[in-house]
Design a protein around this ligand. Structure first.
Ligand code: SF4
Ligand code: SF4
Length: 419
């Protein structure tokens, strides 16, 4: 199967070995994990195995695969034509030199990661995708897609508004309609109203399970580690949506029982931290590992791999495809990504999350050279501190060179929280 997909077998083996070791060290050493996490361990162990086999089999049955890098790509529209939407690998440094041959060094790790995985032929999802969807969000992505176009078989670029005025909503509606037309063309299927309504329900249920998990993390002692909750949020982008929802709800059932018995994975009263900022794609577990290794627990992620990505549900009522697409536009238009200006709702959301999950402090995570989040970090920190919410800004990349330096700063921050 790997050869058929065109993977570089040696490089792919090297990636799997690196991932396996990192996964073992990061996740399997945690104490008292919920049993329900075994499902997510299984999915991760099969992310380059059974899941891709499932996708290849689906393609043979005529289903189309769409790959994306952003939570602005509406899964509902893809599901409405019985397509499969997968998040593409961008959470690790791989083939960095090759990526930097095409991109300036001062490009964020996420973009360089996407290029590295593609150039080195190690991502089976990119290979399996019938269409890769780019989006004009930040300048880095927008310009890099001009180069990325030559690396994949079919790149479709969705344009994006930059502000949140009525004209911008109209623009997003126009772009989602254009996207729907292209999805119909690629799949050879027309979007029917019942199929789109069902797809909205499927994605709502998946997001609903994530809302449930998020709410349970308000408990003290914390019933699940931040690392495990992040893992569930990462698996969200790879797994079959219905199976993911069932497994996440089973995990939540178990967590509810734990809360009833007062059981947790950290001691009661352990410092509680909210992470806010850039998305953490698989296998970017660097900062959470440092935080939880210092005996503080992460109680929420204000991130696209987290609550920013899953926060709102879509209205399922409507009699026509156009009405349902309008509902989708309304839902996605609320996403408070830092590429929008101004983006004050994000600050309000961070405060709401800190309160709801009883966070003692916020760690703002910015990827180096990510202008939108790094610039927004300053006003966010200032406003949170003014509200007596201790805040630490960490700017980093995917390398491991700064781990000790970050650890020192995180430990000092945790001491501040204890004080
Ligand atoms: S941070 Fe912005 S650009 Fe990145 S995935 Fe989220 S919405 Fe998309
Ligand atoms: S992390 Fe920042 S710079 Fe990188 S792709 Fe996302 S928004 Fe763009």
């Amino acid at each position: 199967m790997w050869e058929k997909l065109g993977l570089d077998l040696d490089a792919h083996d090297a990636l799997l070995e690196m991932l396996g070791q990192l996964y073992g060290q990061t996740f399997m050493s945690q104490r008292n994990r919920p049993k329900g996490m075994e499902y997510f361990d299984f999915v991760m162990s099969e992310v380059h195995g059974l899941r891709i086999k499932e996708i290849v089999d689906a393609k043979e049955e005529g289903r189309k695969v769409f790959g994306s890098f952003c939570v602005f790509v509406p899964e509902e529209i893809v599901l409405a034509v019985d397509g499969i939407l997968v998040g593409l690998c961008a959470g690790a440094e791989f083939a960095l030199d090759e990526a930097e041959n095409l991109l300036p060094r001062n490009t964020c790790s996420l973009i360089k990661g996407a290029f590295g995985f593609t150039l080195s032929n190690v991502c089976p999802y990119i290979k399996a995708a019938d269409m890769v969807i780019g989006e004009n969000t930040c300048d880095g992505k927008k310009k890099s897609y001009e180069i990325f176009r030559d690396l994949v078989s079919d790149l479709y670029v969705m344009d994006m508004p930059q502000m949140k005025n009525e004209v911008d909503r109209d623009f997003l509606r126009h772009e989602y309609r254009r996207f729907a037309a292209r999805v119909e063309e690629v799949s050879g299927r027309k979007i029917e109203v019942d199929a789109l309504r069902k797809a909205i329900g499927t994605v709502n249920a998946k997001r609903g399970a994530m809302h449930r998990l998020a709410g349970l993390r308000a408990a003290d002692p914390a019933p699940i580690s931040g690392l495990d909750a992040l893992l569930a949020n990462q698996v969200y982008f790879y797994d079959d949506p219905v199976r993911f929802t069932e497994s996440s709800n089973q995990l939540c059932n178990e967590i509810e029982e734990r809360i009833g018995k007062g059981e947790g994975v950290f001691d009661k009263g352990a410092p509680r931290i909210l992470i806010s900022g850039c998305p953490m794609a698989v296998p970017n577990w660097k900062l959470p590992t440092i935080i939880e290794g210092a005996n503080a627990v992460i109680v929420g992620e204000e991130s696209c791999v987290g609550e920013r990505g899953t926060r709102h549900l879509t209205d399922e009522t409507g009699e026509t495809v156009e009405q349902l697409i309008d509902n989708i536009v309304d839902r996605y238009f609320k996403i408070d990504c830092a590429v929008f200006t101004p983006n004050t709702v994000r600050l309000e959301h961070i405060k709401e999350m800190a309160k709801a999950y009883k966070a003692d402090g916020v760690i703002h995570y910015g990827l180096q050279f990510c202008a939108p989040y790094q610039i927004e970090a300053g006003p966010v920190e200032k406003a949170l501190e003014a509200d007596n919410i201790p805040t630490l800004r960490i700017d980093t990349d995917y390398s491991m060179e700064d781990v000790e330096q970050i650890r020192t700063r995180v430990e000092a921050f945790i001491e501040r929280l204890k004080g």
